[in-house]
Write a protein that binds this ligand. Structure first.
Ligand SMILES: [Zn+2]
Length: 412
């Protein structure tokens, strides 16, 4: 993907309809003036600076750039045990290609939720993107997945026991937990990612079981808080969701088996939820096609009904829901389908659109993105149709601008 860099510093987008990230309704014909990287005006008709480029999006609905708050750019689930052994550089370069391709679907900001590597491939990738050395989406990273041994972050079970490969960030006592959190900060992680229950694709654990003791979870979050780092918690069992909320996690990831009590706690505490619903559809298809990895089969066939029931509870709760996919665990080309999966679970289309824009930006603490208004970063996408009337419109993004630079324009 190459951007259309020009000497022009002003662009006028003529929009048919606008979802601004905040309002429940689309607004009608609107013009957006973009100068350098920012939106400098937004009105029925804006002033046109001399030489301004005009882009005709009058047949489209325009939205803030989408934000996927849960991806794994350096993991490939289809061959995870072998791919994990690749070099840090190979993972970062492959991740760059994936991130750039994923931006074409409309995702201008990503949070990477962990790599399996002794080094920090996503941190180096983030730095290269932020410095403008390479082009691609904004990237925020949680470098590794910290867990207890025998927890979801412990993938040593993929290999024979004689290999003590340094690919898992595991800790089993207070000093080690503090040291791992501090190490993430030392080498540039933005977030702390931890897992307090097992997962489905990991080899030696169970999503229905809580793997940190309460004092361990509390210590992990307190150490992160001291360093100014928010904590995202991979969690499954309802008791795991409650433990993470009580400890002060900023987001629950997946929350596969969450119950009504935990959802009420999350609402009261303001904890965000990233429910990764498309992944459950992918896993269900794989289960029926007999392509699910064997370590996932017994767990997922036991839990799939409960996961769907929990998704229904999530959809009918008032909790803050942010868009996140877990792509890397399934192909990035399906990440855009999370919009449809969330609506299928019972969320309204406008809530899902906010989940991928303003609510995701709030989760990430990024107040410059996720909304369209004067003064904000010009991260802007467009699609034919009306995504509030039919959420499937989100799968047809044909215009992508990030920080005022056009990366995709299949409209003109
Ligand atoms: Zn994940």
């Amino acid at each position: 993907m190459t951007s259309e860099r020009t000497d022009q510093h002003a662009t006028v987008l003529r929009c048919g309809q606008v979802f601004d990230g905040m309002a429940d309704q689309l607004r009608g014909p609107t013009e957006i003036l973009v100068e350098s990287s920012r939106i400098t005006d937004m009105a029925r008709a804006v002033h046109r600076p001399p030489g301004a480029r005009v882009i005709d999006l009058t047949h489209c609905t325009v939205s803030p750039g989408f934000i996927d708050t849960h991806v794994h750019l350096t993991m490939d689930a289809s061959r995870l045990p072998v791919q994990t052994l690749e070099s840090c550089v190979a993972k970062a370069l492959t991740g760059l290609g994936i991130a750039r391709e994923y931006m074409r679907y409309g995702f201008t900001t990503l949070r990477d939720c962990g790599s399996l590597d002794p080094e920090f491939p996503t941190v180096d990738l983030r730095n290269a993107l932020a410095a403008g050395l390479v082009e691609g989406p904004r990237l925020i990273v949680a470098a590794h997945i910290i867990s207890a041994s025998a927890g979801h972050g412990d993938v040593r079970g993929f290999y024979a026991s004689r290999w003590n490969l340094p690919v898992s960030a595991v800790a089993d006592d207070a000093a080690s937990i503090k040291a791992l959190v501090r190490r993430e900060h030392t080498f540039g992680s933005d977030w702390i990612k931890t897992a307090n229950t097992g997962g489905y694709f990991s080899p030696g654990d169970d999503p229905a079981r809580v793997t940190w003791f309460d004092d361990e979870m509390n210590l992990l979050v307190a150490t992160a808080r001291q360093l100014g780092m928010p904590v995202a918690v991979h969690t499954g069992a309802a008791e795991g969701c409650k433990q993470a909320i009580r400890a002060g996690a900023r987001s629950l990831e997946h929350a596969y088996l969450i119950d009504a009590e935990a959802l009420a706690m999350a609402e009261r505490s303001g904890t965000f939820l990233v429910p990764t619903m498309q992944m459950t559809r992918e896993d269900t298809q794989a289960l029926h096609a007999h392509t699910l990895p064997c370590q996932a089969v017994w767990k997922f066939s036991r839990d799939s009904g409960q996961i769907v029931e929990s998704q229904r509870l999530i959809a009918h709760s008032g909790v803050k829901i942010a868009y996140g996919t877990d792509c890397g665990m399934f192909p990035f080309s399906h990440g855009i389908l999370e919009f449809q999966a969330m609506v299928a679970a019972g969320l309204t289309p406008v809530r899902v659109l906010k989940a991928a824009t303003s609510v995701a930006a709030a989760l990430l603490g990024q107040d410059e993105i996720g909304v369209l208004m004067r003064g904000k970063q010009a991260d802007i996408v467009a699609m034919p149709g009306d995504p509030i009337a039919d959420i499937r419109a989100t799968a047809n993004v044909n215009f992508v601008m990030k920080a005022g630079v056009v990366y995709r324009n299949s409209v003109e």
